[in-house]
Design a protein around this ligand. Structure first.
Ligand code: GLU
Length: 453
């Protein structure tokens, strides 16, 4: 059975890149009828915060990503990791090192002077130093050959072992290092496929060697190419939101975000719309693109607009109320109004912001229309005739058409000012629908207000 995990360090909120990694990991597990686990790599006591643990949990919950077991907290496993590091030392896979800061600095400076890559040169590798508290333990990285694996997305990856050094697995303060702890935890959590960002490729080669020394089965690995900003640069705060929950606050639907995220580097023929339910069946890592993908706010907005319009008016009313406390059920034709606004909206919040004129009369002065004073008569006539008609959608449309013809007007000559009169805005939905939803009384009241002024 496939077991995957998401292993965030709770040193910040869940951002776009992390959310995509979590989603791919989750979907891969589900599509293979496997399990998805969560591990907080919270050993950095200064930078790890409970606040971030909570916000990551809330983000995953909002994204409908369900855990198949309680989260693992790496900080609770430090004692076990230390014991295992000492065991590797006893078995000869690691050695104790008492190099001083000065020795290490000198080593580094000499290497830099010779234009070599700075790394530990193995000074104490064969000295059989007896380990005691306060010393570090270094992993005996293989000296010959290469370390390699077949990445499920990127294919064969191999690096000459000479590129690596005997990295530290246990620090002098007794704390284990990331590459050691991650390998131990992947082993103990019985992870079968590790899915993470491609910034971890070198770590993977280190961890594979640790896992071999631990006698563990080596999991499969899939490294996801980065998500870049539209500019091609690293994604920053200004591009994607730093915190996935900000999308929730701004009125994005989690289904839309999921659909958007899954299409960041993954494709399935020509299809663009995927429900989470479907993704849980069809997701396959072999369709992940091996080059970086780019974050696009426009595309995310496009998805959110689509998903807003998949909802019924009743669902929209509830969601808008929850997000912004604007309650469409308080107004006449609220369901029609919200559906009309959803057509052009990118978020629940935009629906709420655009909705003001359904709740309050805009009170527009004639001057604001930027048209000739003598056109007032035309609008009086329009208003007068509007009073007479039956306020059904078809009759409103028919009346507008006839009025334009009879007065030799093009639609914008009437439509543009009328839209401002009715809504206070230049960009608003179709006039006939607006008139119908506002109703005869309100429409006439607004037109008369403007003409009276
Ligand atoms: N804690 C690591 C990070 O947040 C993830 C490591 C992993 O997935 O193995 O980058």
């Amino acid at each position: 059975m496939e077991i995957t995990r998401f292993a965030p360090s709770p040193t910040g909120h869940l951002h776009i890149g992390g959310a995509r990694t979590a989603l791919f990991s989750y979907l891969f597990a589900k599509a293979n009828k496997g399990k998805f686990l969560l591990r907080f790599e919270d050993t950095d006591q200064e930078r790890s915060k409970d606040e971030y643990v909570d916000s990551i949990l809330n983000s995953l919950d909002w994204m409908q990503i369900k855990l198949d077991a309680e989260p693992v907290y790496q900080s609770k496993r430090i004692v076990k990791h230390k014991e295992l590091a000492i065991e590797l030392y006893k078995k000869g896979f690691a050695y104790a090192c008492d190099c001083s800061e000065e020795t290490l600095t000198k080593m580094r400076e000499e290497q830099i002077a010779k234009k070599q890559k700075p790394k530990y040169n193995g000074l104490n590798r064969n000295k059989n130093i007896k380990f005691s508290e306060g010393m570090v333990l270094r992993f005996k990285f293989p000296l010959e050959g290469e370390s390699k694996f077949k990445d499920l997305i990127l294919g064969d990856i191999a690096i000459n072992n000479k590129e690596f050094d005997d990295f530290i697995i246990l620090r002098s303060d007794g704390s284990p290092t990331y590459n050691f702890s991650a390998a131990v935890d992947d082993k103990d959590m019985k992870i079968t496929t590790v899915i993470r960002g491609d910034d971890h490729i070198t770590n993977t080669l280190k961890q594979i060697n640790v896992l071999k020394a631990l006698g563990a089965t080596i999991p499969k690995y899939a490294h996801l190419p980065m998500v870049l900003a539209e500019s091609g640069k690293r994604l920053s705060k200004r591009d994607g939101a730093e915190d996935i929950l900000d999308y929730k606050k701004k009125g994005y639907l989690s289904d839309a975000l999921i659909n958007y995220l899954v299409r960041l580097g993954w494709s399935y023929g020509e299809e663009e719309i995927f429900s989470l339910e479907k993704l849980q069946k069809i997701f396959d890592l072999s369709y992940v693109n091996s080059s970086p993908s780019k974050y696009s706010q426009d595309l995310l907005n496009w998805y959110n607009n689509k998903y807003l319009n998949f909802l019924s008016a009743e669902e929209l009313v509830l969601k808008v109320k929850k997000n912004s406390e604007i309650d469409f059920s308080e107004i006449n034709n609220g369901n029609l109004a919200i559906s009309l606004l959803a057509k052009g909206a990118n978020s629940l919040n935009q629906i709420a912001e655009d909705s003001i004129y359904f709740f309050e009369d805009p009170q527009v002065n004639f001057d604001a229309l930027k048209i000739d004073k003598n056109k007032k008569i035309l609008f009086s006539e329009f208003s007068h005739q509007l009073k007479q008609i039956d306020f059904e959608k078809n009759s409103i449309e028919k009346f507008i058409k006839e009025f334009l013809q009879a007065n030799d007007l093009k639609f914008p000559q009437l439509g543009k000012p009328l839209r401002v009169i009715l809504t206070g805005k230049e960009n608003a939905p179709s006039i006939s629908e607006l008139l119908f939803i506002l109703g005869k009384e309100t429409s006439l009241k607004r037109i008369e207000y403007t003409l009276d002024d």
